[in-house]
Every structure is written in structure tokens, then in C-alpha cells.
Design a protein around this ligand. Sequence first.
Ligand code: IMP
Length: 422
Amino acid sequence: MNKVDVVLGSFYGDEGKGKIIDYLSQNADISVRCTGGNNAGHSIEIDGKKFAFHLIPSGILNKNTLAVIGNGVVIDPRVLIEEIENLKANGYSTENLRISDRAHVIFPYHIEMDKLQEELRKEDKIGTTARGIGPVYCDKFERCGIRIGDLVNKKFEKQLRKNIENKNKIFEIYGHNQVNASDIIIKYNEYAEILKPYVADTVTLLHNAIQENKKILCEGAQATLLDIDFGSYPYVTSSNPTVGGVCTGTGIGAKYIGEVYGVLKAYSSRVGEGPYLTEQKNEIGDTIRELGHEYGTTTKRPRRCGWLDLVALKYASMVNGLTGLAINHVDTIGKLDKIKLCVGYKKDGKVSMNFSTDAEYLADCEPVYEEFEGNFGDISNIKNREDLPENAKKYLNRIEEIVNVPIKFIGTGAGRDAMIIC
Ligand code: IMP
């Protein structure tokens, strides 16, 4: 049976999914985004031009790949149109773009609400990307959301006015500026005209493609530990970036899911608040941040950095049913003299592989590390795993051994081709 492959983030996002997606989508007929919105972002450099993708699957760069934005995605039309225009300005066609009629639309009041809620959380803030993601998913689940189909068919004005009336009551309580419905309606009608040609019933489209044996690649956004159900709640995003989100965010049935690749870095990083056991709030963390250029693509925020946590990775493997690992930045970690790998959590004197997303549980845990030799040297031109330096092999073998999932891709440098395919 034709199977759909999936690429997911294993930790807190920013694992470098773009590079693996870029490689796999070269052989894909269809590349699909399933969840999240423009809180995500990765950039791809081709012929010296850098493309930042927040919503459009990067498969669009391949002429023959259909790029689909699934129903589980939330769309800020302003950002999407910017992305479309940027591609066109650089000579890329966007004719291959399809947007689900069921994807929900982000309006300016979602963004305002996101910012206001963060302000109100004070010291308990989540550290959201302030792109309106939480509030738009709230509307979706409250069943007052506006979908792309409603937008392009100009059937959104009544619901929008009602929503804005309700949101303005909340804004008034907190002394926040009122939102003007008429301005938004004018603007969004313009957006509707631009987006209309791309809108489709992507559920049927994907189903037909599977029957026609087309190769489909699902591009995960965000990551496992940011999942609303399986992540470190409440320090999570408002969607399911785990494997389940692929089904609900596209309409692809579970029996069609094939390879599920978990992407990770040879170290770890996180943006925003929340527990992070292997974080190095010291010179090591700073060094990793500089060596790995760990600053947000979307928000430019410096990322928190630390050692790779195999307890968390085993958990990611469990909830996603990972069939393969893609480890990026092996070259980066190899620039250190000594590398640590978290192989267990010590709690009440006992060491286990029991992961928890509960901040209180984690506060009592101590990471147990194994130490490895670094100094891998320049590995960017190596194409076979066997040719890697012994120190790199030992590190990678141990990861594979503990997590019990084969490594399929090894990132060896910043370039698009700096990768070992196992
Ligand atoms: P939101 O998705 O903007 O609501 O943010 C919720 C949390 O998820 C915050 O900690 C964000 O920093 C984090 N987050 C959301 N999207 C990404 C991403 O693509 N990469 C890394 N962190 C993200």
C-alpha cells in the first residue's frame, strides 16, 4: 500500500526539520503542512537566496511538487500572501499551492488577544510567539471560528462582527484598544480575492492522491514537547504537532501513515518558558547557542540550549511511533571537547527512563549523564556513516542503542547537502 511519510520535531521545535523535509520533498509528489500556523518557521537557502517559510510547505520550491496547507493549519492571510509574493518575486511559481477550505483564519484580534493574555499571565507567561495561535484555535474549538472557505466565499462578515463584538467586551475590561470590524472586513475581502484561486477540498485531493499512488510527505511544525496533549502543558502550543495531528490536520487515515521520522539536534534547545532539565545556563549553553546559531527564525529570540535528553527522546518515540531518527548539528556538538548525553532521570535516589511533562515532577529530577569525547573535526563532506570519526560514531551509536530507533539521517554541516543518508 502507498504510505505517507511524516517528519516531526522530537523536542521543543527548531530541530532543523526543514533540511530533512527539503531532502525528502525532492521525491514527493505532494508536500503537506498539517498543524500550527506562522508561529513556525524555517529558512532554506537556494542559489544564495534565502526563503523563510512560515506557512507554505517548502516542497513548493520543487516544480513538480504540489504544496498543500492542510485543514489543521491556522492561517494569517497577510503572512501567507507575503510568502506567496516573495516566492513569485524570486521566480518561483505558486500555481502548485493548495489551501484547505477548512483551515481557520487568524484575524488581528487574535494577535491582540494573544498579547493581552500573555500580559495578564505576568510571571506565569508562556512565552508565545504572539501570532494569535492560541486564540484562533480557541475560536475553532468554541465553534465561532472563520474558515478559509468562508473567507473566500465572502461568508464571514456576520460571524466576524459577532466575534469582534464579543472580543471588544473583553478588551474593554482590560482597557485595551477596541477593534474596528469594518476596517478588517475591507482588508480581508482583499485577501480573499488573492487567496481564492488556491483554495481546495484538500481532504479529497489527498485521498485521491493516495489512491493514485502519489508520494505524500507531511511536514510537521513545532514539535512533540510543544504538543497541547503530550507536551509540557501549559508551556505548549495550541495544536497537536505529534503524529495524530497529521491525521486530524489533513484527513489522511492512520493506516496510510508510513515512515515517521523524528528530527532532533545532537544537543537540545528551547524557546519560551517551561521546564528543561538538561538546559545549560552557563558557558556551555552559551557556546552551543553561538556555534549552532540558536536564535529564533520567527521571533529572533535567543534559544535556551543544553545537552541532548534521551529520556525525552524515548518519550517522543513512544507517542509518535518513530520509525527513524534524523540527527542534525552533529558537526556543531563535535566542536566541543567533551559532550554529555542524558541517559536517565534520578528521582528519590532511583534512576529511570520515566519522562514526565509535569513541571513539579521534573523539578525533583536530576539528569544522569554519560560523557563522550568531542572534537569530531570537519565532517561536512562525509557521506557514509562508517567514515565518521570514532568519537562521533560512539556518540551516535549510544543514542540509537538507548532509544532503539535507527538513525536515518545525520546532519554534518550547515549546507543543504551536508547530510549522511543512512
Ligand atoms: P504559540 O504557539 O505562539 O502559542 O507559543 C507557545 C509556545 O510554543 C511558546 O513557548 C513558543 O515559543 C513555542 N513555539 C511555537 N511555535 C514554535 C516553533 O515553531 N518552534 C519553537 N517553539 C515554538
